[in-house]
Design a protein around this ligand. Structure first.
Ligand code: ATP
Ligand code: MG
Length: 564
């Protein structure tokens, strides 16, 4: 491709509202433009990367025998009523009404669509296992679209679904996908860590996210040094190293604690460590049930873990007015003694071995010397706490390290939630009707573009990994009116035809050409300049500071080693 023909509208200034480095680079380099919040146009450079990433995905999916197909974007609401997700999915869903007043939606994900087609067409165990996928634009009315392609309202996703007759088949399908995903990310040049993840509201266990560590990441992953434990902080477990002293139970005693608002203030006021205090939080579960949650004063509640323990669709901390109405107390006064207002009391394991601890009694008052069993009962003990950095991991007891990270993929064993609710059944070997067993697999393809740029940014642009680079070789001719340079540059353009070559044939200043070459980020840059008449070019890898003079033979070898 000739650069004089390339549509690459670069920007000199970094747009002020672009926070993420990848967003800045992609705007400056003319890769993308925003059309409206969270909705982008992919200009030629980004489109090339996108297509290359999609090709890699297609190859790797073909390798494990997964069918590519295409489902519609526009879906009838009735399909989502069947699965029960029309209400559950909430405000992220783009809904619309057609001229006949029929409700529709723009697909945010396609479990329902795929389950329906399988349910209607697969009747026997003999037709399974089978797996399908599509690469398609998804629509989600995200609360905070941001960081360019990282969190869009319209984005490109690979979504795959597997259908099996037995658990063993599902395990195999999951394994195949896991391995294929690792290959896809490797070929796309994204460094990822598979981590234990939450499977959200869709049910299902064995959930793995592929996380790309990056400064701008919205997720936090907890990992140990040897790599034997990695989890999204939402699911991360740690060992509690605090060993409480066993004391004789003392009599319950109410103390006045006026103007004390936080756990730290309470610890100061009563001159005790925060580990002597048990925090009480009132949650409203599924918008109806008040559940009292207890946790040691130095720990925080992890709401994802709590959601799993309660097996609920939603939960939220009660507002002050609700707290007053339900429990008859102000914040800080809430506690488990005489808590008949609570449907259940869930306590973190850190509460189990405490004796003579402090809990809320009423507004501006606390109980000292509270004891489990004597003063109140707990319905369920569970790990519902947020892990802290430095705590021992649950496998090898090494200190946990936290890293911000971008979720680029997510695979999980979905089970039979959709197939049961939507009636996708088959006849097993014994002629018995069974629900099909599903797996669900996704890659944020457009998000991955940003993740690649985040991980491969350079001082003035990006150094694209070779398999996804918009161009593999960038020939930059210094002087367009120099015949020797033109002759050599054109020869190279021809010689390297089998690679994606961009030839900067524009009458621009060298400074402009180099600055833009940094934004194109081709793995190999060949500058054709003063020594062209001697058959010598300057060669530089994207991201390297120094270039090297090379003869055409040396260049040939270099290109072969670098690009294969
Ligand atoms: P997140 O927690 O980031 O919102 P999610 O759990 O909603 O992600 P999934 O429903 O599992 O995401 O979607 C599959 C993949 O699609 C994710 O792993 C992610 O890479 C990508 N993805 C999800 N939401 C967006 C978005 N708003 N913009 C771009 N990519 C997205
Ligand atoms: Mg989401």
């Amino acid at each position: 491709m000739r650069q004089s023909k390339l549509f690459m509208p670069t920007l000199k200034e970094t747009p002020a509202d672009a926070v993420a480095k990848s967003h800045q680079i992609m705007l400056r380099g003319g890769y993308i433009r925003q059309v409206t919040a969270g909705v982008y146009s992919y200009l030629p450079l980004a489109f090339r990367v996108l297509k290359k990433a999609e090709n890699i995905i297609e190859e790797e999916m073909a390798n494990i025998g997964v069918n590519e197909m295409q489902m519609p974007h526009l879906l009838p609401a009735t399909l989502w009523e069947e699965s029960g997700r029309l209400q559950k999915y909430g405000a992220e869903m783009f809904r619309l009404t057609d001229r006949h007043d029929r409700e529709s939606l723009l697909g945010p994900t396609h479990e329902e669509t795929f389950t329906e087609i399988i349910g209607k067409n697969m009747k026997s165990y003999k037709q399974m296992p089978i797996a399908l996928y599509q690469i398609q634009t998804k629509f989600r009315d995200e609360n905070r679209p941001r960081f360019g392609l990282l969190r869009g309202r319209e984005f490109v996703m690979l979504d795959g679904y597997s259908f099996a007759a037995t658990r063993e088949q599902l395990d195999e399908q999951f394994d195949d996908q896991y391995k294929a995903y690792k290959k896809i990310f490797k070929r796309c040049g994204v460094t990822v860590r598979p981590v234990i993840a939450d499977s959200g509201t869709m049910g299902g266990k064995n959930s793995t996210e592929f996380q790309a560590p990056a400064a701008i990441g919205e997720d936090v992953i907890a990992t140990n040094e040897s790599g034997t434990y990695s989890a999204n902080l939402e699911m991360a477990c740690s060992i509690d190293t605090f060993k409480p002293e066993k004391e004789e139970a003392k009599p319950l005693n109410k103390v006045s604690t006026p103007n004390v608002h936080t756990i730290e203030e309470l610890a100061d006021f009563l001159k005790v460590p925060t580990t002597k205090i048990v925090k009480s939080v009132l949650y409203i579960v599924d918008e109806k049930d008040p559940v009292l949650v207890l946790i040691r004063g130095d720990k925080e509640v992890n709401e994802v873990k709590l959601t799993h323990v309660l097996d609920c669709d939603s939960l939220r901390v009660a507002e002050d007015a609700e707290l007053a109405k339900i429990a008859g107390v102000g914040k800080g006064g809430l506690g488990p003694v005489n808590a008949s207002f609570a449907k259940e009391i869930i306590a973190d394991e850190t509460v189990k071995d405490l004796t003579n601890f402090i809990v809320g009694a009423e507004t501006d008052a606390q109980y000292e010397n509270t004891n489990l069993g004597r003063d109140f009962e707990v319905t369920t003990f569970a790990d519902i706490r947020t892990a802290n950095e430095g705590e021992p991991d649950p496998i090898d007891h090494e200190p946990l390290k936290f890293t911000t990270s971008i979720e680029v993929g997510h695979i999980f064993k979905l089970g039979t939630y959709y197939t049961e609710t939507m009636g996708a059944k088959f006849l097993d070997q014994n002629g018995k009707t069974q629900p099909v067993i599903m797996g669900s697999y996704g890659i944020g393809v457009s998000r991955m573009l940003s993740a690649i740029v985040e991980q491969h940014q350079t001082e003035n642009g990006v150094a694209w990994p070779k398999e996804v680079a918009p161009f593999a070789i960038h020939i930059v001719q210094m002087k367009m009116n120099d015949d020797a340079q033109t002759e050599l540059a054109t020869k190279l353009e021809n010689d390297y035809q089998k690679y994606d070559v961009l030839y900067d044939d524009r009458k621009e200043r060298a400074g402009v050409k180099f600055a833009e070459a940094d934004l194109v980020g081709a793995p190999i840059r060949i500058t054709v300049g003063k020594k062209a008449s001697e058959g010598i070019v300057e060669v530089k890898r994207a991201g390297d500071d120094q270039s090297q003079d090379m003869t055409l033979d040396e260049l040939q070898k270099f290109v072969e080693t670098e690009l294969g």
